[in-house]
Design a protein around this ligand. Structure first.
Ligand SMILES: [Zn+2]
Length: 68
């Protein structure tokens, strides 16, 4: 009675769903591509939060010329 064909189960870091650790599970440790992208997106958002990058918001010179 050996049950070696039972895959290891890990938890998806995003939604905490059980994910079988198998070669077919190409997004592991995530359960699906969406969870993977969500996690990557959060990382990207944190990187974009660097202060001093959102200074060039006021480039409405064209609109100003239109106003005159
Ligand atoms: Zn998930």
């Amino acid at each position: 009675m050996t049950s070696t064909d039972k895959p290891l189960i890990v938890k998806c870091p995003t939604c905490l769903r059980p994910v079988p650790w198998t070669p077919e599970q190409e997004h592991k440790p995530f359960c699906c591509e969406r969870c993977k992208l969500i996690d990557l997106g959060e990382w990207a958002m944190e990187e974009k939060r660097i202060p001093g990058e959102a200074l060039e918001l006021e480039n409405d010179d064209g609109e100003d010329a239109f106003f005159h």
